[in-house]
Design a protein. Structure first.
Length: 95
């Protein structure tokens, strides 16, 4: 469990984080490209300027998260909970 973790400028490409509990964490300017975050709990997490290019976020909980300038291009967001997001300015969702 990494709940309330503080992680910045870190690379997690291709990491397997299925079901990870990262809620209320600071994950800023990190690369999670092609990571598997299926069913991960990212609720109320700061994901500013982080990249999730082609990441698997199927059924992940991103409620109330800060996505300022985050990149979700080609990410699998099927079933992800995106309710009450804030700071989505310049967030990229290209499919």
């Amino acid at each position: 469990m990494l709940k309330k973790a503080s992680i910045e400028h870190t690379h997690f490409e291709n990491s397997i984080l299925v079901g990870a509990d990262l809620r209320s964490s600071l994950i800023r300017e990190c690369s999670l490209n092609e990571a598997n975050l299926e069913e991960a709990n990212l609720r109320n997490t700061c994901l500013q300027k982080s990249s999730f290019l082609r990441a698997n976020l199927k059924n992940a909980d991103l409620r109330e998260s800060d996505l300022l300038e985050a990149i979700f291009d080609e990410a699998n967001l099927e079933g992800a909970n995106l309710a009450r997001l804030y700071s989505v300015y310049e967030t990229s969702w290209y499919r």
